[in-house]
Design a binder for this molecule. Structure first.
Ligand SMILES: Cc1cc2nc3c(=O)[nH]c(=O)nc-3n(C[C@H](O)[C@H](O)[C@H](O)COP(=O)(O)OP(=O)(O)OC[C@H]3O[C@@H](n4cnc5c(N)ncnc54)[C@H](O)[C@@H]3O)c2cc1C
Length: 381
């Protein structure tokens, strides 16, 4: 069959590869001038540093199948994300762990003591937390909430934590040991030559053609037997019901000779500091040596129609609009919506790959059993 894949990010690339290996002809298009979507990496022309152009990407997963898959296409080197935060004029370790607690309160507590100490601080009058703020106060108390959660969350989401659902914050967002590895997953690493080289290897198959600087036009779908759409769900329908809300990011690039901050990611928890974090990209490739350094100062704000959509907002209003777009999508023929934009969800890379592999399998099985192909393999709601 002739398959059109809109988007040369992870979703489009993985589905194209799986279907090309099954003998289908895959045409991958992307409006941008490069492959890899938001995972795109490229070397900075001045310093040689490998840049995560759309923000830092750390690969982590518990899915052995996905880990084996990415290792087919790239050599992964060990990398663990160890984030720091500047709050109220001091630097602390994140996620909030025993070191953070002991530094913040000037204590030398052991795990059990720290647990009891934080339980004392928690507001136990909140029995059924509904909002982010109630959840935080219920589990960590006012001091840690103010220093590490409140200001950062306000900047990231552009609203008060009293307006955000409790579900955004994990049940107990504190560790009572010295583990400062940001992710819990068994497999973690960075592709040695960057994500774009990995995705180029995924797309490197005789059954796949890639066209860049090529925005979708409906004529393309008419020339194909089936379309996989990894662009914005509302974009497929020309935003006819309105725009689904996203947060976007502005990156202010600056350079430095030497080591600017000594770590890859430094958060800024205070409300009066306008940026949410600074990322120093050479620390994402600790096996490389560069004299020069490139950093991104990162700001979050509501996305306007021409901005790059980063984080779906998915509050009550957006979910109502999403439900309407889902109904339109389900009435469409010969198109399946995939990926972070096509299903309007935040997806880590490993989840994106898992869903893409499952989607390709579903498609192949549906074709061989002559079943209709659904608009969504993973429902967005
Ligand atoms: C700031 C940020 C940091 C992240 N950090 C991590 C991390 O540390 N670890 C992790 O696992 N995941 C991370 N992610 C998630 C990761 O970026 C996604 O999992 C991944 O990008 C999803 O791939 P995709 O192919 O679905 O979407 P995308 O990468 O967005 O690809 C979609 C592509 O479709 C193209 N397109 C859209 N519309 C059209 C059109 N009309 N015509 C033609 N082409 C079109 C776009 O140009 C784009 O290239 C992060 C995400 C963000 C926003």
């Amino acid at each position: 069959m002739k398959i059109l894949l809109v988007g040369a990010g992870l979703s489009g690339a993985v589905i194209a590869r799986e279907l090309a290996e099954a003998g289908h002809q895959c045409r991958v298009i992307d409006a941008r001038s490069h492959i890899a979507g938001n995972c795109h990496t490229e070397r900075d022309a001045d310093t040689g540093v490998m840049m995560h152009v759309y923000g830092p990407h750390i690969f982590h997963t518990d899915d052995k199948g996905v880990w084996d898959y990415v290792n087919r296409f790239a050599r992964f080197l060990p990398f663990q994300n160890r984030v720091k935060t500047t709050s109220q004029g001091r630097v602390y370790s994140l996620p909030v762990n025993l070191l953070t607690i002991n530094q913040f309160f000037g204590t030398t507590l052991r795990p059990d003591e720290a647990r009891a100490f934080i339980e004392e601080k928690a507001d136990t009058s909140i029995t059924d937390p509904q909002t982010f703020e109630e959840q935080a106060l219920r589990f960590v108390g006012p001091e840690l909430y103010e220093a590490f959660f409140k200001g950062y969350t306000e900047k990231q989401w552009g609203c008060s934590p009293t307006e955000l659902p409790a579900s955004i914050l994990k049940r107990l967002p504190v560790r009572f040991n010295y583990d400062d590895n940001y992710f819990f997953h068994r497999f973690q690493g960075m592709p040695e030559d960057g994500y774009t080289a990995m995705i180029a290897a995924i797309l490197d198959h005789p059954g796949i053609t890639v066209e860049l600087d090529t925005p979708y036009v409906p004529q393309m779908a008419q020339e194909a037997d089936h379309t996989f759409w990894s662009g914005p769900l509302d974009g497929y329908f020309d935003y006819r019901l309105g725009h689904l809300g996203y947060r976007t990011l502005d990156f202010e690039r600056f350079t430095y000779q030497g080591d600017y901050q000594g770590c890859a990611v430094m958060n800024y928890g205070d409300r009066d500091v306008p940026h949410t974090r600074i990322t120093e990209h050479k620390h994402f490739s600790p096996w490389e040596t560069h004299e020069g350094s490139v950093c991104y100062r990162e700001y979050s704000r509501a996305a306007e129609p021409d901005d790059i959509p980063y984080y779906p907002i998915r509050m009550v209003e957006e979910k109502e609009l999403l439900a309407q777009y889902v109904r339109l999508a389900e009435d469409s023929q010969c198109v399946t919506f995939v990926g972070r934009l096509g299903t309007y969800r935040y997806l880590d890379m490993d989840v994106t790959i898992r869903e893409a592999l499952d989607t390709a399998l579903y498609f192949k099985e549906s074709i061989s059993s002559k079943k209709p192909i659904l608009a969504f393999v993973v429902p967005p709601i």
